[in-house]
Write a protein of this length. Structure first.
Length: 304
């Protein structure tokens, strides 16, 4: 089943010529896939056969250019991928993942403390809360426009009657700018989390070091703690790939455990640092999935 088949648009008919063009691309170019979903006028409905009822996802309407540059006013395919993995892992559903080297159960969040960085719509976090995680903290850039949408989405969807077990993990929402580790929030939650979620946060190469620092700071000091990083190639492989540089990760006490590519139909292939000239329509179909683990602590680097 196609990755985007669970998403439907809800809202008034569009009158924007750009929206008409986007909706027609799949007819004009059959291989084209939508990799960003929704807008401020059109909320999204996420339907899973394993949830009692659909989730309704609102999107922010950023009125400041600085907020628009965050691109949190869309749901990206990376969040759909991680939500699918979490659901399969926690509910023990069949799913081919990680080139056969991983099992769906590797994405089980039952009883775990989870943090999402750069959450946007927070779909993976909402799914985790409904499926059996112990607690969830959702963060994004400390913009009130972005955080208010997170609050709305969680208030509307994070309810026991949306859970297949009729249970719900407690939620906290807070602002966090990557790499800023001297804030009350960062100090309070250092080393707390079994799992850290990162979806479509790799398109700003100048922020990779800060994102490394935040992941390492919040991830629990345990051999079993993991960070799950998923991102689409729509902005270009060269902008993203340095995030997975081994030396940069070692500097903060992290390492890549698994790294592969997956398309919107669930086809997987090995990670490649360079695939030459990639057609934009083709690369929009593909995402990178990375699993990071702890190696050692590096306090002086992380705190700096």
């Amino acid at each position: 089943m196609a990755l985007t088949s669970r998403i439907t648009l809800q809202g008034p008919p569009t009158s924007d010529p750009e929206d008409y063009l986007c909706s027609a691309l799949g007819v004009i170019f059959p291989d084209d896939v939508t990799n960003q979903h929704g807008d401020a006028d059109h909320s999204l409905v996420y339907t899973s056969p394993h949830l009692p009822q659909p989730l309704h996802i609102a999107l922010p309407d950023p009125d400041q250019e600085s907020d628009r540059k965050l691109f949190s006013h869309y749901l990206w395919n990376s969040s759909l991928v991680l939500a699918e993995f979490l659901e399969a892992g926690t509910l023990h559903l069949p799913l081919s993942v990680g080139l056969g080297k991983l099992k769906p159960d590797d994405f089980d969040v039952t009883g775990l403390e989870c943090l999402e960085l750069g959450a946007g719509t927070a779909l993976p976090s909402i799914m985790s809360a409904l499926l059996g995680a112990q607690s969830i903290i959702v963060t994004d850039y400390p913009s009130e426009t972005v955080l208010e949408t997170l609050r709305r989405n969680i208030a509307f969807n994070a309810k026991p009657n949306n859970s297949p077990t009729l249970q719900l993990a407690p939620f906290t929402i807070d602002g966090h700018a990557w790499g800023e580790l001297d804030t009350p929030f960062a100090v309070e939650h250092r080393g707390r989390f079994d799992r850290v979620f990162v979806c479509d946060c790799l398109w700003m190469p100048w922020q990779h070091a800060n994102l490394h620092r935040s992941i390492a700071w919040f991830l629990k000091e345990s051999s079993s703690s993991r960070a799950w990083v998923v991102a689409g190639f729509h902005t270009g492989r060269e902008k993203m790939r340095d995030f997975f540089d081994g030396a940069a990760l070692r500097d903060v006490g992290l390492a890549v455990e698994s790294l592969w590519e997956r398309d919107c139909d669930g086809v997987e292939r090995a990670w490649a640092w360079d695939r030459g000239q990639e057609d934009v329509t083709v690369r929009k179909r593909w995402l990178v999935v990375g699993v990071l683990r702890r190696t050692t602590t590096a306090p002086s680097v992380v705190e700096g």
